[in-house]
Write a protein that binds this ligand. Structure first.
Ligand SMILES: CCCCCCCCCCCC/C=C/CC(=O)SCCNC(=O)CCNC(=O)[C@H](O)C(C)(C)COP(=O)(O)OP(=O)(O)OC[C@H]1O[C@@H](n2cnc3c(N)ncnc32)[C@H](O)[C@@H]1OP(=O)(O)O
Length: 283
């Protein structure tokens, strides 16, 4: 199996400098399902109940992208097999009372996944078939196009509501997607948007009424991207994204230290504990 480190040495993904211990492909496949279609793949997150991004889930997504790029896959539709949820974002339990080693691996793996997906040569469409708060929204924003199922789901970067701060690269992705003013307001307020609101501010590109339509629209959208000569499409995408990618690539260690120190503060730990309790109380 190709490791992240060996990928880093070739020219395909030159920014992947940080090594993380990857799980075996077999142990990761239960979390992410890959379905090969003609010329593209459907990547379905299937970590029940809410596709929370634990270390293993992040590594499974990362590994899937590595495999797909290795197999010269040209495009993906990223979606969820969990009913009503695209992804609940970062697994809060990874940040609450963590060990240093796991917390380091967790954040470093997330950095790697962001660099891979945001800078992917593949054409990428997110089919957001449910809630996409925080890290779930980030995953969707890393894609080239977002199709969202209309209904009661919410999407946005709600970190401040948990008493945490979205790091610079989350902010950069948000600004590149919806612009400075909308991002400044939504980041401070930790806004979660309905599909209609998300469409209005450009956080998603199209709404669909049901899953049958969603699949057809996502496929058509991906095919539109794939009709453009690959190198021209990729280099154009990078014109928008390369500054943010370069910034994190050059500051990974500092970003990791900042996250670890911030996450371990008493105030953050208390806030995360209360938030976990509030989620548990709901049930
Ligand atoms: C000084 C300046 C320094 C600046 C430096 C900055 C550096 C620091 C940066 C730190 C930033 C870290 C970034 C974090 C980004 C994130 O992604 S944080 C996660 C945010 N996610 C959420 O807020 C979503 C929370 N979940 C929900 O709102 C709901 O679960 C849902 C709407 C997604 C689904 O609702 P429903 O279908 O009703 O399911 P539930 O019953 O709520 O949940 C089922 C089950 O799952 C558990 N769960 C839900 N979400 C998470 C999660 N994110 N992590 C872990 N677990 C989760 C929930 O507790 C239930 O568990 P039980 O069945 O009760 O065991």
């Amino acid at each position: 199996m190709m490791s992240v480190t060996s990928i880093a040495r070739n020219k395909v993904l030159p920014f992947l400098r940080k090594s993380t211990k990857m799980q075996s492909t077999a142990s990761l496949s239960s979390l992410v399902k890959l379905e090969e279609k003609q010329g593209y793949a459907v990547v379905s997150m299937q970590k029940t109940p809410v596709n929370s991004l634990s270390l293993e889930m992040i590594q499974a997504l990362s590994q899937s992208l590595i495999e797909l790029e290795k197999n010269k896959c040209k495009g993906i539709i990223l979606t969820s097999a969990c009913p009503g949820i695209f992804s609940a974002g970062l697994d809060i339990r990874e940040m609450y009372q963590p060990t240093d080693d796991r917390l380091n691996q967790f954040w470093s793996s997330l950095q790697t996944l962001w660099l891979q997906l945001y800078g992917s040569k593949m054409a990428t469409v997110a089919l957001i078939n449910g809630h996409a708060p925080a890290g779930g929204c980030l995953l969707a924003m890393c894609c080239d196009s977002r199709i969202m199922l209309n209904g009661k789901s919410k999407i946005g970067l709600n970190e401040t509501k948990l008493g945490i701060v979205a790091p610079s690269w989350f902010k950069d992705t948000f600004v590149n997607t919806i612009g400075v003013r909308q991002s400044e307001r939504a980041l401070q307020l930790g806004s979660l948007f309905s599909p209609e609101e998300a469409l209005k501010i450009g956080l998603v590109d199209k709404l669909v009424p049901d899953m049958e339509t969603a699949t057809a629209v996502a496929e058509a959208e991906l095919k539109e991207f794939l009709q453009i000569p690959g190198m021209a499409r990729y280099l154009s995408k990078m014109k928008i994204r390369e500054a943010a990618i370069k910034d994190l690539s050059e500051t990974r260690e500092a970003d990791l230290n900042q996250f670890v120190n911030f996450a371990k503060t008493d105030a953050v730990q208390k806030g995360l504990g209360l938030y976990l309790q509030s989620l548990a109380k709901k049930n």
